[in-house]
Ligand binder design. Structure first.
Ligand SMILES: *Cc1c(COP(=O)(O)O)cnc(C)c1O
Length: 373
């Protein structure tokens, strides 16, 4: 048997929507992007959405829009994809890592205040695997210390916790539509914010700082444009947006299937010696982006390779950022700096989870894993 780690959910209706754009005049940022932005804003209950080319770009632009850069510190988690901390470096600021909770892998909010200095300007929490951080507590800390909160919700577009959605208790939230995310355009991202002034700035920052979009410039009477701030080239195009519109309509259907598969995994793997499963916080709707197991009494890599040999697609999310070569050599990080993140990073294996995964494939994965253990 061969089970892919991930399969996207693009169907014929998505393909014909893309075809429609390809047969039209306007390929870059235009009406289709705006339709997608409106639809995502509605889904999240947010005032503004800005479509960009990646979540990395989204995080970078949010830091710029909230004027965080040289000399500033941003508190974040080492248990994430390197994009989170890299975006802080792209903005010229310094990432300051805080260790994570053992039960969820999310930022340990009890440790945040100890990491705050006079240079701290923002907190960038990551909702690991699709489970929201404790945004009420993070919001309170941010208010007490006058900090900006920029959420990395690359895993968590469908998540909720105590009625809180991504972006409800922060300045802005960033999403990814990268090839393996819950909805995808291959590459893509978005920012949501209730701050309409900053949203206006973000629309400019995603396209060089130009005050008119291409559609404004060319579809109406010709208008001269000006550039008032230095922006980047991060604008989402109509092709990407057309791929996302149908998937966003089906997003809760996808989630329901992953929820079913998640429960199947949990039921079958809960009491297995040799592995542990992270906790889902009570009162939360986990977005179920990644299903991970923690190998407890063997070498993770031997289990990982054995699964792969049995044809099961696997991934490691993540070896912690501070131990990556670049971060070690630039900042002098070493083993032992963030022990909980390191413990998860040394043990974790992600196994397949996507709507197209069949029940019998789950059976095969579980049996293979039990056999290996
Ligand atoms: C995928 C991912 C990103 C980066 O997203 P891109 O759209 O590829 O830039 C950032 N943070 C997390 C947690 C991710 O999983």
């Amino acid at each position: 048997m061969k089970i892919e780690f991930y399969k996207h959910n693009i169907d014929e209706s998505d393909i014909s929507r893309v075809e429609g754009v390809l047969r039209s005049i306007f390929l870059t940022t235009g009406d289709i992007v705006q339709n997608f932005e409106d639809q995502l804003a509605w889904y999240l209950g947010s005032k503004n959405v800005i479509g960009v080319t990646s979540c990395t770009a989204a995080l970078h632009l949010c830091l710029l829009a909230w004027e965080i850069g040289e000399g500033d510190e941003v508190i974040t988690t080492p248990m994430s994809f390197c994009a989170t901390a890299n975006a802080i470096l792209h903005a010229g600021a310094t990432p300051v890592f805080v260790d994570v909770e053992e039960e969820t892998g999310n930022l340990n909010v009890e440790l945040i205040e100890d990491a705050i200095t006079e240079k701290t300007k923002a907190i960038m929490p990551v909702h690991l695997y699709g489970q929201l951080c404790d945004m009420r507590k993070i919001h309170k800390i941010a208010q007490n210390h006058n900090l900006v909160v920029i959420e990395d919700a690359a895993h968590a577009i469908e998540a909720q916790r105590d009625g809180i959605k991504p972006g409800d208790l922060s300045d802005c939230v960033c999403f990814s539509f990268y090839a393996t995310k819950n909805i995808t355009s291959g590459e893509g991202g978005a920012i949501a914010t209730n701050n309409t002034e900053k949203a206006k700035l973000l629309y400019m920052l995603r396209l060089h700082g130009i005050d008119k979009s291409a559609i404004d410039r060319y579809t109406k009477r010709y208008q001269h444009w000006d550039m008032s701030v230095l922006g980047w080239k991060y604008n989402m195009d109509n092709i990407q947006a057309s791929l996302l519109i149908g998937q966003l309509e089906r997003i809760d259907k996808f989630w329901e299937r992953r929820d079913y598969l998640w429960n199947l995994y949990e039921e079958k793997l809960r009491d297995n010696a040799g592995i542990e499963i992270l906790k889902t916080v009570a009162g939360s709707r986990h977005a179920h982006h990644l299903f991970t197991i923690l190998v407890t009494d063997r070498k993770r890599d031997s289990v990982l390779f054995s699964l792969q040999e049995k044809g099961v697609g696997v991934a490691v999310n993540y070896r912690p950022i501070h131990l990556l070569k670049y971060y070690r050599s630039r900042f002098g990080y070493k083993e032992g700096d963030f022990p909980v993140a390191e413990k998860i990073g040394a043990r974790t294996i992600s196994i397949p989870l996507y709507p197209g995964l069949k029940d019998i494939e789950v059976d095969y994965i579980v049996t293979s894993l039990q056999h290996i253990l």
